[in-house]
Design a protein around this ligand. Structure first.
Ligand SMILES: Cc1cc2nc3c(=O)[nH]c(=O)nc-3n(C[C@H](O)[C@H](O)[C@H](O)COP(=O)(O)OP(=O)(O)OC[C@H]3O[C@@H](n4cnc5c(N)ncnc54)[C@H](O)[C@@H]3O)c2cc1C
Length: 412
């Protein structure tokens, strides 16, 4: 196999050529794989990684490239935290994923993970805080419960106003989203996996072990994984069209005052203002991109291909008003950039990792629901275990059967 560079993965055409060389193609169409993974977002990339590590021949395809600008895994950064109230399923997924992120980061040229810590704060000692502390103590996580004087002392750059308590999670922090996925796909190719840039047509009713590209090429495998984020509803319109709800989400980066290091990751963790579940969250000025802020509330429905990605003046005004109240030194600071991306929500926020009800060889992976990125490594391992028939106890909350057609968010 010719040497593979990260650049080759980043540049779609080069990657496709490379893959063709590796397989001695044009016969690639005739080749059969153990598993084809469609979608090189965080879930597809980690699934492909774990299948390859288990000795399977894996083809990973994506129509637009790993963590491209409109993918839910695109963009700069994501929070990883273990605070999920009493919810052990996601606390454990986040914990299991963290060392895998760390080792990817250790192997990468530039950091994939910044262990800046995570700070959640609350207007009162509500159930989410108390339950998180109970679960974290039982799991021996070093999470600290901070009262108001401790918050004020440790984070003087925040105006805690009506805040009564906080949770500080050392060890968690910030993942560099696009870089993480692209690094992982690069490592997958270096380890012997094949990546191709190709768009796959919606699967036909009769074929469970075959995908067809939009160019008409047929690719066969024993198993197929569809990890297509907000596009899952389009690929499986009857099954998932009514069960995946893409919503428009806006993200803003503001310039901290020059020379002011209070917004650097060494002094400010990733943070979330919980406020009964109506969450504003943000990040310090990681890698000098700017102080990031976003409202976690679901925006209106968006089409991932055609939806308008122009930031709205109202969301910008709201983010600025929040920021200037909570972080007084950021008053009047200029906007560096803004992005519009989408959450791909399930009805209640639970992930989807389950077989297609009519195509037993076809696994559906998605519904990250605004909190999925951090779980990528554990999701990939769980999906690989399901495909390999390992004796994993399937988690009912990831099943298709639990995915409703009406939205009622329960996971934050
Ligand atoms: C603004 C924002 C903030 C977020 N913040 C956090 C956070 O702080 N912490 C956290 O843990 N999570 C967060 N999330 C959620 C998380 O980023 C997503 O849930 C996760 O990235 C979803 O990954 P995915 O692999 O399912 O989808 P995607 O990344 O969208 O990947 C799907 C891929 O499938 C490909 N594809 C689709 N159709 C086809 C086809 N027909 N043929 C070939 N390829 C196809 C696409 O091109 C795409 O690359 C956030 C999300 C957003 C948008």
């Amino acid at each position: 196999m010719p040497p593979v560079t990260r650049r080759a993965v980043l540049i779609g055409g080069a990657a496709a050529t490379l893959s063709a060389a590796a397989t001695g193609t044009p016969a690639a169409a005739a080749r059969s794989w153990d598993v084809i993974v469609v979608g090189a977002g965080v879930f597809g990339a980690w699934t492909a990684h774990h299948l390859l590590a288990a000795g399977r021949r894996v083809l990973l395809v994506d129509g637009e490239g790993p963590a491209h600008a409109r993918a839910s895994s695109g963009g700069e950064s994501r929070l990883t935290r273990g605070a999920y109230g009493s919810d052990l399923v996601y606390t454990r997924l986040a914990m299991d994923s963290l060392p895998q992120w760390q080792s990817l980061s250790d192997a990468a040229g530039l950091p994939v993970f910044h262990p800046a810590g995570i700070l959640f704060f609350f207007p009162q000692r509500e159930a989410f805080l108390e339950e998180t502390m109970r679960v974290h103590r039982a799991l021996r996580l070093p999470t600290e419960l901070l009262d108001r004087p401790a918050l004020v002392r440790r984070f003087p750059q925040l105006d805690f106003g009506d805040v009564e308590a906080g949770l500080l999670e050392p060890g968690f922090g910030i993942l560099m989203a696009r870089r993480a996925v692209q690094t992982l796909v690069d490592r997958f190719v270096r380890a012997g996996g094949t990546y191709r840039r190709a768009a796959v047509a919606p699967p036909r009713r009769s074929e469970a072990n075959m995908v067809e590209t939009l160019d008409g090429e047929r690719l066969a495998a024993d198993r197929i994984v569809f990890a297509c984020g907000p596009w899952l509803g389009r690929l499986f319109p009857e099954l998932l069209g009514p069960r995946i709800f893409p919503t428009r989400q806006e993200v803003f980066f503001f310039a901290p005052p020059p020379g002011d290091d209070r917004f650097q990751p060494a002094r400010l963790p990733g943070w979330a203002d919980y406020n009964g579940g109506d969450i504003y969250y943000g990040m310090p000025d990681v890698e000098n991109r700017g102080f990031k802020i976003a409202h976690d509330r679901h925006g209106p429905p968006i089409d991932p291909d055609e939806g308008d990605r122009t930031p709205s003046p109202q969301a910008l005004a709201d983010a600025r008003a929040y920021m200037e109240r909570r972080f007084p030194a950021m008053r009047g600071r200029p906007l560096n950039e803004a992005r519009v991306c989408q959450y791909e929500n399930s009805s209640n926020g639970d992930l989807l990792i389950d077989f297609h009800p009519e195509k037993p060889g076809l696994l559906l992976v998605g519904a990250g629901s605004g909190h999925g990125f951090k779980h990528g490594p554990a999701v990939g391992r769980y999906a690989a275990d399901l495909l390999l028939g390992r004796p994993a106890r399937p988690e009912p909350r990831f099943s298709l059967a639990t995915k409703d057609v009406h939205q009622a968010r329960a996971v934050h």
